[in-house]
Design a protein around this ligand. Structure first.
Ligand code: BGC
Length: 753
């Protein structure tokens, strides 16, 4: 049932350091019997925390998150029945959040508006069905909080001398407070919040506290994570404790250069009593913290790292006999957690943290195995579609598209659809359909998917190739110089045309599934034309592909652009290139997710394993050997000599290159969907390297699928599987015939007979 709002959006008459408190008191009406149910609907322009009678109404933080506010401002609905009292106080604390805080690297802020505002409607239903409604309106009062400054990038300052909970109790004397006034809000943008909310996920203690060569106090939490530090401290009133956060150390000191202009610093001003500080209107990507001004000896129990993320349910697991690979996999999991904070972001630490479309385009299948990301990504896709509708079908580089507001350097490309990045409009819904088998996502996104492809159609050359205009291409090819991440070996036209072909195949199938036969025929025909153009212009008779880079072979093979014979020839050439590189990775954002699949599909499993298990730089495992606990943006974000890569973009928590976990789940773990949603699966681990056991499991919509296999040196593979009822599996071990299984537990051995 859609909600009818009678509340007014209200803004404080004074800004109170960008963190105002808003409050009202009310008395429960009498004569209607007991309260049956009370629901608070609330949102903000900014971020909010709501309280009823001194209690937080929920454990979510940073609500209502970040959406394309111009079209979608989401509200949360909380059951607050148990918090009501005959005389009640409803309070809302506001912070700048994404609405008014800094966004992007230009130093600018307040892209969505200059004024923080709250909208709240408390509906109290009594036993006789009478409903008393308390709303934000012009009788609310506004006052200061203990927060002196707050920003997602720069951090938060809290002055505990200003802290008091009195505003949350009845009969608070509010003389020092101001009034409120109506704020601007388009009510048609309001939508219920459908993602899992952002919550505290877990807490980590420091593993080490020490003094650096420069005399700084440093803390190591042992894990690169996203959230903040909660501090418990007592000292002279007015003392300022400063916490500066970073992901890495460089030359034994805090390595803050990768943060660029983000200050990532919290300041806590002590009250004189025992204070607990928790900066919940910011978040940081960090493993290390530098502490300054701590008034007494700093002990580990005084500081706790609080991990914050969208509250996603973990669904997929993987483990094997190779501990480095296990750490790589854990790094992918932590990268997902940290970057799935309401919006799927590129990174969580520097002055960026944006919903870069290309990153999630390639990572969505991995994320959808590890966590239930259906609601999370469907929400994001709704923003993508909203932005796209306002941009004539163009899919922006980032969603929500704040780049349209920020000042960009002159070399920055003009906005236009680009391969992989804009293909998120098609690839992300497809990944969700494959993972969860719910056609609704394709039907909801159909207009967006088709608008993307039609826009790209309008950008094609007369040859039918997508070879003009700006492309990120095989972004961050490891052979590109640090300051020129876009100069890749792979030709942009080859990459973009291959991606378009993938779009068209997906759309042909989608249109068919949705009964749009006219569209299906159009996309099928365009797919054929695109494939012919690709082969005519880019593919040579000997199976080599224009620009002869690993990425072009990976895409040509995996996206199905080549005939059977050329596929084999291309696979051979790819394997040669991989060997020539000494089994060091040579691909960027475009090729990396597909290179192992391309090798495997063309009979080069050994090369795939050698590439995966390489430890020297550049490789997936090199960062692991350097102690990484998340996936890095660059293969060599940290150089072998322990210095940070000199490039401007050097994050230590970027999930894109972790897309290899998808291959790991399917090829080592052995679980591949044959039907969307895993109602029918292929269980076909392909052991290699020196891995002698692996286990993988996945909570599907039908129940849990588990696989574990082991093999002794040269011996047979022993495979154990468990399937939920209703799921069928084709099981295939190397060198054996496929067998069919239904729900239950089964054991299969690769020994013939
Ligand atoms: C981001 C990337 C993104 C890229 C596109 C970077 O600054 O961190 O992950 O996809 O820009 O160019």
């Amino acid at each position: 049932m859609s909600l009818t709002w009678s509340a007014l959006p209200i803004a404080p008459d004074e800004d109170f350091d960008g963190a105002p408190l808003l409050r009202t008191e009310f008395v429960l009406e009498e004569g209607h019997g007991p309260v049956a149910r009370a629901t608070l609907h609330a949102t903000a322009q900014g971020v909010f925390e709501a309280y009823l009678n001194g209690n937080p109404v929920s454990d979510d933080v940073l609500s209502p998150g970040w959406s394309s506010y111009e079209w979608r401002l989401r509200y949360r609905s909380y059951d607050v029945t148990s918090l009501l009292q005959p005389s009640s106080v409803l309070g809302v604390a506001l912070g700048n959040g994404w609405f008014r805080g800094r966004l992007g690297w230009s130093g600018g802020s307040a892209y969505y508006g200059n004024e923080l505002a709250a909208l709240a409607q408390l509906e109290i239903e009594f036993a006789d069905r009478y409903v008393q409604t308390i709303v934000t309106d012009n009788i609310w009062k506004a006052g200061p909080s203990a927060i002196v400054s707050n920003d997602l990038y720069d951090g938060q300052t809290i002055d505990a001398r200003r802290h008091s909970n009195a505003w949350l109790a009845p009969n608070f004397s509010d003389e020092a407070w101001t009034g409120v006034h109506p704020a601007e809000l388009d009510f048609s943008t309001l939508a219920p919040y459908s993602s899992p909310p952002v919550r505290r996920q877990e807490e980590l203690p420091p593993i080490k506290i020490w003094t650096s060569p420069a005399g700084k106090t440093l803390i190591d939490f042992g894990q690169n994570l996203v959230g903040w530090v909660r501090a418990r401290v007592q000292g002279p009133a007015g003392t300022t404790v400063t916490l500066r956060y970073a992901e890495v150390l460089e030359h034994d000191e805090l390595g803050v250069r990768p943060l660029r202009t983000a200050k990532v610093t919290d300041r806590f001003i002590l009250s004189g009593g025992e204070d607990v500080f928790e900066p919940t209107f910011t978040f940081h990507g960090f493993r290390y913290v530098e502490v300054d001004g701590w008034p007494v000896e700093l002990t580990a129990d005084a500081l706790t790292a609080v991990v914050v993320s969208s509250d996603l349910r973990r669904t997929g697991e993987f483990e094997c006999s190779d501990e480095l690979l296990n750490q790589l996999h854990r790094n992918v999991v932590w990268g997902t957690r940290g970057n799935f904070l309401d919006v799927p972001t590129d990174c969580p630490q520097r002055d960026e943290r944006l919903g870069w479309t290309g990153d999630i385009a390639v990572f969505a299948p991995t994320a959808a195995y590890l966590f239930d990301v259906a609601d999370f990504l469907r929400n994001w896709l709704a923003d993508l579609a909203a932005e796209q509708r306002a941009a004539d079908g163009m899919v922006s580089f980032v969603v929500p598209d704040v780049l349209k507001y920020i000042e960009k350097p002159s070399y920055f490309p003009p906005p236009e659809s680009t391969a992989i990045w804009s293909d998120a409009a098609v690839w992300v819904p497809w990944a969700l359909w494959q993972a969860y088998g719910d056609l609704q996502v394709l039907s909801d996104q159909y207009d967006s998917m088709t608008a993307h492809v039609r826009r790209v159609e309008s950008l094609l050359s007369p040859t039918g190739l997508w070879d003009t205009g700006f492309q990120f291409g095989d972004w961050l090819d490891p052979t590109a110089p640090p300051d020129d991440p876009i100069s890749s070996k792979a030709d942009n036209g080859v990459v973009a045309t291959a991606c378009l072909y993938r779009d068209l195949r997906i759309l042909t199938e989608t249109a068919g599934l949705l009964g749009r036969s006219g569209d299906a025929a159009h996309f099928a025909e365009l797919a054929e034309r695109t494939k012919s153009a690709f082969n005519d212009h880019y593919v040579n008779d000997d199976g080599t592909i224009h620009s002869d880079a690993e990425t072009v072979y990976a895409l040509g093979i995996v996206f199905g652009l080549l005939d059977v014979e050329t596929t084999q020839l291309s696979g051979k050439r790819l394997a040669e290139l991989v060997a020539e590189s000494g089994y060091h990775i040579q691909t960027g954002f475009a090729g990396t997710p597909y290179v192992l699949d391309a090798l495997t599909a063309t009979g080069h499993l050994d090369e795939a394993y050698r590439l995966l298990l390489q430890r020297e730089c550049p490789s997936w495992l090199y960062p692991v050997t350097m102690g990484a606990t998340t996936i890095w943006e660059r293969w060599d974000s940290m150089l072998p000599d322990g210095t940070i890569n000199p490039g401007q973009m050097t994050s230590f928590n970027h999930y894109a290159l972790g897309a290899v976990a998808d291959w790991i789940h399917r090829s080592i773990g052995g679980i591949t969907p044959l039907q969307p949603g895993y109602s029918r699966v292929l269980i076909a681990p392909q052991p290699g390297g020196n891995i002698h056991w692996a286990q993988a499991s996945l909570e599907t919509r039908h129940g849990k699928i588990s696989v574990s296999w082991s093999r002794d040196d040269g011996g047979p593979i022993e495979l154990d599987i468990a399937l939920p009822q209703g799921v069928t599996a084709r099981v295939q071990l190397p060198g054996t015939r496929p067998q069919e299984f239904r729900g239950g537990r089964h054991r299969v051995s690769s020994t013939p007979g």
